[in-house]
Design a protein around this ligand. Structure first.
Ligand code: NAG
Ligand code: NAG
Ligand code: NAG
Ligand code: NAG
Ligand code: NAG
Ligand code: NAG
Length: 488
């Protein structure tokens, strides 16, 4: 057993890499074209008469038009993003465009000037409070909160217009989702497309411009409009959109073991600088549910693991970074973002996902870290050598994590799972039954798909578009989980 090990998520990474390749050869990919169109609209400024519903109409660093098409009202969603919405949608509206208030930490200068009138209108329930935990459950304002929904890595990264992102989040919300997991990283060595962290040799700069964090601002505001909470990962094990190996290579040179990322003080300091920039920008943002240290951290990467890397390497790192995040952000939950590998190789006949210690993730050990609020696991039976028994193997994988969840008394979510075959419409309901009956806290499918003005969002075979039969399963499952939890 374990002779042929398919690494997780290969398909999704193939598409990521395709996107990166467009960057490297400086072709204009379709996504970059979206981005250029988006910028053209953004910078058209005074050429535009008024902003349509859902469009941006202000915010720090924004230089475009500020007047909404009637009857929509320019509404302050956060310092960085004002949006044209129906009257009464928010807590404050922009009353004029003739006086200046520099109301943010941004260093950008604004050619359009705004004044903010904050009213005492209470925010809607979807906009209030931070998601917290209570035992193995999540709560919101003291009531049960069900984490169910989808992953969507693409909205902030592929340069979609704010209108298209709103459509994508509307599709996700209509599936019954409460929560979306997305990515807040893109390490680049030359500035192309949407990027967050630009490296020049060993010097990294956080991009706070319109093609950087302002894209994330818009995305977060859009999630809030649709009543969705975001789980946001801060770097990637994989090389898609840069990831850990970029830090190590830029700071220390090529050829270091992948796990140098977790142990080298210079690399840790640079990563913490990035984490601080993101986390402190959104520290008061209720639409953010949780920060994740990385997508799928493990010992091996583009370069092999060092001989000493084991699960202690990553749990030590995770304890350190999560404590750091808690020191600058007391509002949000923190998790690792790992695949939840279990350290029980012998008992499971060396089945790959149970070789946690070798891979570098010991799920049960990590659940004991006090500065981590919940646990995560991923599930790709077809990529992990279990295409012949994906129902029964998946049910066991869910049950094993639910057992550890109960002994750790913290929430656990199956935060990625997916199949590319049409058999998923019969297999997902089996897994959902196990999620519900095992008491597992929640789950997020890999991943959401939408048809936008530019066509389909990335389609790697896992995506569920609103017209897919599996979309109805998502709706039914979300309703069933909420009914189990007594949440609305
Ligand atoms: C606003 O910011 C600009 C650019 O940073 C600066 O020149 C100006 O003095 C600021 N105005 C106020 C009122 O702080
Ligand atoms: C990169 O850094 C070098 C050395 O500090 C500097 O000369 C160069 O202008 C920088 N390049 C960019 C694009 O900022
Ligand atoms: C981590 O990412 C690298 C690519 O950078 C990949 O080769 C490796 O399989 C990944 N490991 C896991 C367990 O996800
Ligand atoms: C977050 O809220 C706290 C308390 O109200 C305030 O002191 C802090 O300046 C706020 N930070 C940001 C980035 O808005
Ligand atoms: C990992 O390796 C270190 C020595 O390099 C050792 O002290 C530690 O106990 C190991 N952890 C596990 C879980 O085996
Ligand atoms: C994290 O590691 C740094 C050194 O890299 C150390 O200075 C700091 O005290 C550690 N913090 C925690 C909470 O372990």
């Amino acid at each position: 057993m374990g002779a042929k090990i398919n690494r997780p998520c290969q398909y999704k990474c193939a598409a990521f890499q395709l996107f990166s390749r467009f960057h490297q050869i400086h072709c204009i990919s379709v996504s970059e074209m979206h981005y250029l169109v988006f910028l053209a609209v953004l910078f058209a400024g005074s050429a535009l008469a008024t902003v349509q519903e859902w469009g941006q109409c202000g915010g720090s660093g924004y230089t475009g038009d500020t007047v909404c098409t009637a009857p929509f009202v320019c509404t302050v969603l956060n310092d960085f993003f004002f949006q044209c919405l129906p009257a009464g949608s928010g807590t404050s509206t922009v009353s004029s465009s003739t006086t200046t208030t520099n109301k943010s930490t941004s260093t950008s200068t604004s050619k359009t000037t705004t004044s903010i009138t904050t009213t005492s209108t209470p925010a809607g329930p979807s906009a209030t409070g931070f998601v917290k935990t209570s035992g193995t459950k999540f709560t919101l304002n003291g009531a049960p909160f069900t984490v169910v929904g989808e992953n969507a890595y693409w909205p902030a990264l592929l340069g979609y217009s704010p209108t298209d992102n709103d459509k994508a989040f509307a599709d996700i919300a209509a599936s019954g989702a409460t929560t979306v997991r997305t990515m807040a990283f893109n390490e680049v060595t030359s500035p192309v497309g949407v990027y967050y962290h630009l490296w020049n040799g060993s010097t990294a700069t956080v991009n706070t411009g319109p093609n950087g964090l302002q894209t994330l601002d818009i995305l977060i505001a859009s999630a809030k409009t649709h009543g969705l909470r975001l789980i946001i990962a801060l770097t990637n094990n994989w090389s898609d959109f840069g990831g850990m190996d970029v830090y190590t290579t830029q700071l220390l040179g090529p050829g270091h073991p992948h796990d140098t990322f977790y142990t080298n003080p210079t690399v840790i300091a640079a990563y913490k600088t990035y984490v601080q920039a993101i986390v402190s920008r959104y520290v008061n943002e209720t639409a953010v549910m949780a920060w994740e240290l990385a997508n799928e951290p493990c010992c091996a990467g583009n370069t092999p693991a060092s001989a000493t890397c084991n699960s202690t390497t990553i749990s030590t790192w995770a304890a350190n970074i999560s404590a750091f995040i808690k020191s600058i952000d007391k509002n949000h939950l923190v998790a690792i973002g790992d695949e939840g590998f279990i350290n029980a190789a012998v008992a499971h006949n060396f089945d790959y996902p149970y070789q946690g210690d070798t891979i570098g993730v010991d799920f049960a050990e990590n659940m004991g870290i006090s500065t981590l609020d919940f646990g995560t696991f991923h599930m790709y039976p077809d990529n992990w050598g279990h295409s012949a028994d994906d129902i029964s193997w998946g049910n066991q994988w869910i049950t094993d994590h639910a057992t550890i969840m109960k002994s750790a008394n913290k929430p656990v979510i199956m935060e990625e799972y997916g199949l590319t075959s049409s058999a998923r419409t019969t297999i997902y309901p089996m897994w959902y039954n196990t999620v519900i009956s095992s008491g597992l806290t929640g789950d997020l499918v890999w991943e959401a798909g939408s048809v936008l003005s530019t066509g389909e969002t990335p389609n790697q075979g896992y995506e569920i578009y609103p017209t897919d039969p599996a979309y109805k399963l998502l709706q039914a499952h979300a309703a069933a989980l909420k009914a189990r939890d007594g949440s609305s």
